[in-house]
Design a protein around this ligand. Structure first.
Ligand SMILES: Cc1cc2nc3c(=O)[nH]c(=O)nc-3n(C[C@H](O)[C@H](O)[C@H](O)COP(=O)(O)OP(=O)(O)OC[C@H]3O[C@@H](n4cnc5c(N)ncnc54)[C@H](O)[C@@H]3O)c2cc1C
Length: 551
């Protein structure tokens, strides 16, 4: 059995950046359920934040981040991220990322929601693509070994430390144990819990579920960001950069309705504010066929072609609309999980030997609402830091062979799925879960809606263990993978509902129609969720406040 020094689960930006931070004399490997450059990071559009401008400062960036997250973010972690951002961006540039430029040849920065300064660096509207491909080139250069198209089914923990993973080899079939002195989770988000989502179909919250099942607490799971502008009926993201470039939001009366909700920031208020405003317009009958309109026409052909080429292409291909000539119908959709595996600023989790970074982790910098451009930044800053700390952790540590208890349990779990006589298929339950969650835990939530969701999610969780497989082969069995992903989706959905029901206030992305006010006296606190045989157990942890007292 292979035992690596550092094994990274996930080949998105966080995973790749972590791998590059491991010194060359250590043995590092990455494992990914898809080819590395198909990770969801590749789809990021609008950009990555750093206070590069002469008039900007990391402190201003930190303030916007703390305030945008409605003071639920840990300010020590926010300070680290914002202070280290400029150097990380310059490092990315040296590695070969081609950022868009100003006329003076500097890295161009566009305004984004909730930011007091234009500080989002970008490569047109394909920033994630530019970043991920450059980091992949560096991985190849470093000859980091990659288990490509391997699906991790469990973490192996022995004697209170993480010693590796159990994983299914998709290409050849077969379950294996891969040992490691340290494991870094960099498995990305869980947006596919919801029906309307900007996320790739692979974003099923596996890493959060792996940690959760291993007894590691998740934090702030009730905070799911709904992006205000996703393309009608598809959920495809229309970047905030479109509003950053000057796009307007209009209702059926042709009004720029943001005037009523955020007269100063207008379309560039924080995402939770804009999503709620759109939801309200639609609810009160001023929508257009379940959507509102994003109007870019006044930007002119040249600017759209230069700065938003992908948005135009997506609108043409998936809605038959050319934004140069017509407004784009948009609606809010699930976009980002602010919560995740509880980790500190070095990626350390409650389980020795287990680290987490990127969207699957909750460090927590985003608090109750993430600012656009801060997530790509988080993957780079905290991916690097997790790589550094994991390397320190394994230095001088003797390799230990993981036990095969977990392997046997997973082998039995897969055998049970193959033997199941259940009537339902994984995709059917996945669709149902998405509808339940989008309807009951979307931008508006109430006690009743969440209680309904909890009942349904618990039922789906039971059913997910007995779905019927039609493919019983070994090679590239996506039927089996979907069934396993479904188990992650339902486990994580349950933590979102549990956290949401308990939190009787509104803050950022968590809007309770029955508790519309923010309540700092009781709820300025992190939710921790731990797995027990009876279901999720909640506990609370204070928020770290350093220089920005809640206002
Ligand atoms: C459409 C879209 C646009 C966005 N635009 C922006 C933007 O402009 N700016 C910004 O800051 N943020 C943006 N975001 C958010 C940001 O892109 C993500 O939060 C970030 O890229 C996540 O990176 P990651 O490395 O954590 O995970 P990902 O890039 O999602 O990678 C996850 C990796 O984990 C692997 N994996 C998962 N489960 C398993 C398993 N069980 N076994 C093996 N491997 C597994 C996957 O194969 C993949 O390699 C956007 C998100 C979306 C969906």
């Amino acid at each position: 059995m292979k035992i690596h020094d550092v094994l990274i689960v996930g080949a998105g930006l966080a995973g790749m950046r972590a791998a590059l931070a491991v010194p060359p004399d250590l043995d590092v490997a990455i494992i990914s359920k898809v080819h590395p450059v198909r990770s969801h990071s590749v789809a990021a559009q609008g950009g990555i934040n750093a206070a590069l401008g002469a008039a900007d400062s990391w402190e201003a960036h930190a303030f916007d981040t703390a305030k945008g997250g409605v003071y639920l973010g840990d300010q020590d972690a926010i300070e680290v991220m914002c202070r280290e951002a400029p150097d990380d961006i310059l490092e990315l540039e040296r590695l070969g990322v081609i950022f868009s430029r100003t006329e003076q040849g500097l890295i161009a920065q566009r305004p984004f929601g909730g930011a007091g300064f234009p500080r989002t660096c970008y490569a047109a509207d394909r920033t994630g693509h530019a970043l991920l491909h450059v980091l992949y080139e560096q991985l190849l250069r470093r000859q980091v070994s990659v288990y490509e198209e391997w699906y991790v089914t469990s973490l192996v923990t022995d004697e209170g430390e993480c010693r590796g993973v159990v994983a299914w080899d998709l290409l050849h079939g077969g379950l294996h144990v891969i040992g490691a002195k340290a494991v870094i989770l960099a498995t990305g988000g869980s947006g596919r819990i919801f029906y309307t989502s900007t996320n790739a179909v692979i974003n099923t919250g596996d890493g959060m579920a792996l940690a959760y099942r291993a007894g590691v607490p998740l934090m702030d799971m009730e905070f799911v960001q709904f992006h205000p502008t996703t393309l009608k009926s598809t959920g495809i993201l229309i970047t905030e950069g479109a509003r950053g470039e000057g796009g307007y939001l209009l209702n059926t009366l042709g009004e720029r309705f943001m005037q009523r909700y955020a007269p100063d920031q207008m379309e560039l208020a924080t995402r939770s504010t804009v999503s709620l405003a759109i939801g309200q317009e639609i609810l009160e009958g001023r929508g257009v066929d379940g959507c509102v309109l994003l109007d870019l026409r006044h930007l002119g052909r040249q600017r759209i072609l230069e700065r938003l080429p992908q948005i135009r292409q997506l609108s043409l291909e998936f809605a038959g609309i050319d934004p140069i000539e017509s407004p784009i119908p948009v609606q809010p959709g699930a976009h980002y999980q602010m919560g995740g595996v509880q980790a500190n600023g070095w990626g350390e989790t409650a389980l020795p030997g287990l680290f987490a970074a990127g969207e699957c982790a909750c460090v927590s910098v985003h608090g109750a609402n993430r600012l656009g451009g801060n997530s790509l930044l988080e993957t780079i800053v905290f991916g690097r830091r997790a790589g550094v700390r994991a390397s320190e952790y394994v230095r001088g540590k003797a390799p230990r062979t993981p036990s095969d208890r977990t392997y046997q349990a997973d082998r039995d779990r897969i055998a049970r799925l193959h033997a199941s006589q259940g009537s339902q298929r994984a995709w059917q339950l996945r669709d149902e879960l998405g509808r339940v969650m989008s309807t009951n835990l979307g931008i508006f939530r109430t006690k009743e809606s969440m209680a309904l969701a909890l009942e349904q999610v618990r039922r789906l969780r039971e059913q997910a263990r007995h779905v019927r497989l039609h493919d019983h082969g070994q090679v590239f069995n996506t039927d089996l993978i979907q069934a396993l992903e479904l188990q992650s989706l339902v486990d994580i959905a349950e933590t979102i509902v549990a956290g949401g029901m308990a939190r009787e206030e509104s803050r950022g992305a968590h809007y309770r129609a029955d508790f519309p006010k923010r309540d700092d006296t009781t709820w300025l606190t992190h939710t921790l969720t731990t797995s027990t045989p009876e279901g999720p157990r909640l506990s609370y942890r204070p928020v770290t406040i350093t220089r920005f007292p809640p206002k």
